[in-house]
Ligand binder design. Structure first.
Ligand SMILES: C[S@@+](CC[C@H](N)C(=O)[O-])C[C@H]1O[C@@H](n2cnc3c(N)ncnc32)[C@H](O)[C@@H]1O
Length: 286
């Protein structure tokens, strides 16, 4: 993970023409990025050929721009979306009200993919005790490269099972972009996602909310009192995501950005409920 550098070389018109013919809407920008990534004409030809064959630009380049950072993204790993910057903004805003000189907040990027959310939070709102987790080994390898240098730890496994037990009841910010596309809608996604991102990174089950449901249900056991769960969702699914929060003993509010076409549901354990924060964790153990 690096800060994004600036000036890019001017590509040959033929490259732009080929990219445009292959359906690349931002052919000129893409051509500049590909030209900058190639050290020789042969390398440029190879990169253009991969892109024209339908591979996502980020997989061809090996990185994606996210919140002003270059996030490494290997082939077969979910490409962080611009809209997810809104999840980062909301989490950073909440972090600004926690922490302090003597308290480093614990932040978990669950379903981390490349680790983009965690890396951006560390850059925007550090210092943090940062953990990220994903079920997919390729994603974990990528996240290690992106958040390892920032002092973050990356864990592999199914949701919370991946996390060290010592984090129970201590998490200040649980930032989650889990898969939320309903299974029946996967076929309507752009080809780049459908063919080149793992199904498990997109498919949220019949109603799209199956992973979110499991995340919300166990969140009160992992959140510190006053900690926050933030889940990216779609505008259409937001009322259902809110229901999941409330059923799990969390408050819930919806925050949206028209500019980014982004929706995030944010909640905190309701104090005094059977599921409120560390209470549930303690109850598990007595
Ligand atoms: C939509 S992608 C988001 C990745 C990353 N948070 C981002 O915004 O770029 C969802 C990620 O969730 C992971 N995932 C799906 N099911 C999971 C599970 N049961 N436990 C942990 N991770 C899971 C996928 O491997 C994928 O990397």
């Amino acid at each position: 993970m690096k800060a994004c550098p600036a000036p890019l070389p001017v590509p040959r018109p033929s490259v732009i023409t080929r990219l445009r013919a292959a359906g690349c809407v931002f052919a000129e920008d893409e051509a500049r990025l590909l030209a900058a990534a190639a050290e020789t004409p042969d390398q440029l030809e190879a990169l253009v050929a991969r892109r024209v064959s339908g591979l996502p630009l980020e997989h061809v380049l090996g990185w994606a721009e996210f919140c002003g950072l270059r996030i490494e993204v290997d082939a077969g790993v979910f490409v962080p979306r611009r809209r997810t910057g809104y999840l980062v903004q909301q989490a950073a805003r909440l972090l600004a009200g926690t922490g302090g000189p003597r308290r480093v907040p614990v932040v978990v990027d669950l379903c981390c993919g490349s680790g983009a959310v965690g890396a951006a939070l560390a850059a925007l709102a550090g210092p943090l005790e940062l953990h990220a987790a994903d079920i997919d080994a390729a994603a974990v390898r990528c996240a290690v490269r992106n958040i390892g240098p920032l002092g973050g730890a990356v864990h592999e496994g199914d949701l919370y099972e991946a996390l060290p037990a010592r984090l129970r009841g201590r998490v200040g910010i649980l930032a989650v972009n889990a898969p939320y596309v309903p299974s029946a809608e996967i076929g309507t996604l752009p080809q780049e996602a459908r063919l080149h991102e793992p199904r498990r990174s997109l498919d949220g089950g019949t109603d799209g909310l199956q992973v979110q449901q499991r995340v919300a249900a166990a969140a009160p056991q992992w959140l510190a009192p006053g900690g926050h769960l933030l889940i990216e969702t779609s505008r259409r699914q937001a009322p259902r995501t809110v229901e999941l929060f409330i059923r799990s003993g969390l408050t819930a509010r919806v925050s949206s950005s028209g500019d980014l076409d982004a929706t995030v549901v944010i909640g905190t354990p309701v104090p005094g409920t059977a599921l409120g924060g560390a209470t549930a964790w303690l109850a598990d153990r007595v």
